[in-house]
Design a protein around this ligand. Structure first.
Ligand code: NAD
Ligand code: DAO
Ligand code: ZN
Length: 372
């Protein structure tokens, strides 16, 4: 079939809207009509050329929601008409990683997904006979996409696509890092570095679990009002603190009587990652890296920070097991337990997707959502 898609032909170039060829689903695969997709910082990261796995030409997008149109042979858990959210972190429930119950990083199709291919090592997308690569097993910047069955979470049919698409990445990554990865307890002091599409969801998660102080850190003063709405109790702008001769780590240590119980880095900046570790409490502080730094970047700290009981960790997709946890997070939204609507600041047709990237780069949007 033919489908409209935004194609990334090479790094650093705007996407172009094309009519591309899409082959039907093969064994274990599903054809999905994407109804809405968010534009996440990670799409920009890959488009910029900073992603070591970035391959071009590709159809980016990993934060979508849609309807199953057709299923390939061997598919047993989905049928035509089901509503789904594509998962860049699949859940096969049978690989060593899934069975360990220690991680959400399913590895069954990792090798091909990282190469922009379906599990049989070919692409379903092409144009003029030349293959176009998939992205993260999802490629939601296409009106129709093919994804493996294990990369699709079945969700309830009354959930609005234009809102729950955000659960495909930002919401789950932020709230999940608090609930599934860190398991933050009520009364804990939490610091969130970076109050964008991910950090605001960490704030929202911290509020949900009953954290005490929820300290937000951002260079952009415009982020304060939104973060307060989601539960932030204190805002710190490192620029202001430095202008007054201080530093952000000391400011947090003072504010939290010795350091935060938990910190979350939601930027992808290795210098901030160090600050996030070092502002946590001696003896038990835990710092969770969510932000994705540029290819080849390294982190550093004095080892004594770890010897004295601080823990440095990371979280991918909020530690969520997609097929199991994403439908529950959709329920939370439908039961008004989480707020997504206020974070979706802009919507646009696919033709305006580059404007969506520009809004994100200028810090003017939290989430821009493409509506098909
Ligand atoms: P975003 O651009 O919406 O937000 C980043 C925020 O950080 C902005 O508000 C910006 O003003 C602030 N900021 C930038 N530099 C800063 C600094 N030095 N100090 C303080 N604040 C600073 O980005 P996002 O969509 O929220 O994504 C955040 C990061 O999370 C990205 O690196 C993205 O790739 C990554 N990410 C990770 C996962 C995962 O599973 N681990 C999933 C999705 C996104
Ligand atoms: O299993 O080795 C692996 C890779 C898992 C990918 C997890 C990606 C999380 C960070 C990227 C953010 C994507 C939106
Ligand atoms: Zn698995």
């Amino acid at each position: 079939m033919k489908t409209k898609a935004a194609v990334a032909w090479q790094s650093g170039q705007p996407l172009t809207i094309e009519t591309v060829d899409l082959d039907g689903p093969k064994f274990g695969e599903v054809l999905v009509e994407i109804k809405a997709t968010g534009i996440c910082h990670t799409d920009y990261y890959t488009l910029s050329g900073a992603d070591p796995e970035g391959i071009f030409p590709a159809i980016l997008g990993h934060e979508g929601a849609g309807i199953v149109v057709d299923v390939g042979p061997g598919v047993t858990t989905l049928k035509k008409g089901d509503h789904v959210i594509p998962l860049y972190t699949p859940e096969c429930r049978q690989c060593k990683f899934c069975l360990s119950r220690k991680t959400n990083l399913c590895q069954l199709i990792r090798g091909t997904q990282g190469k922009g291919l379906m599990p049989d090592a070919t692409s379903r997308f092409s144009m003029d006979g030349k293959p176009i690569f998939h992205y993260m097993g999802t490629s939601t910047f296409s009106n129709y996409t093919v994804a493996p069955e294990i990369s699709l979470a079945k969700i309830r049919e009354d959930a609005p696509f234009d809102k729950v698409c955000y659960i495909g990445c930002g919401v789950t990554t932020g709230i999940g890092a608090v609930i599934f990865t860190a398991k933050v307890e009520a009364g804990a002091n939490v610091v969130v570095f970076g109050l964008g599409g991910i950090g605001l969801n960490v704030i929202q998660g911290a509020k949900m679990v009953g954290a005490d102080k929820i300290i937000g850190v951002d260079l952009n003063p415009a982020r304060e009002a939104m973060a307060r709405k989601f539960g932030m109790t204190h805002f710190l702008n490192p620029k202001d603190i430095e202008a007054a001769g201080g530093n952000i780590v000391d400011a947090i240590v003072q504010l939290t009587d010795g350091g935060a119980d938990y910190s979350f880095e939601c930027i992808g900046n290795t210098k901030v990652m160090r600050q996030a570790l070092e502002c946590t409490h001696k003896g038990w502080g835990r710092s969770i890296i969510i932000g994705v730094a540029e290819a080849g970047a390294e982190i550093s700290t004095r080892p004594f920070q770890l010897v004295t009981g601080r823990h440095w960790e990371g979280s991918a997709f909020g530690g969520a097991r997609g097929r199991t946890d994403v439908p529950k997070i959709v329920d939370w939204y439908m039961e008004n337990k989480i707020n997504i609507d206020d974070l979706i600041t802009h919507t646009m047709p696919l033709e305006d997707i580059n404007k969506g990237f520009d809004l994100m780069k200028r810090g003017e949007s939290i989430r821009g959502v493409v509506l098909y």
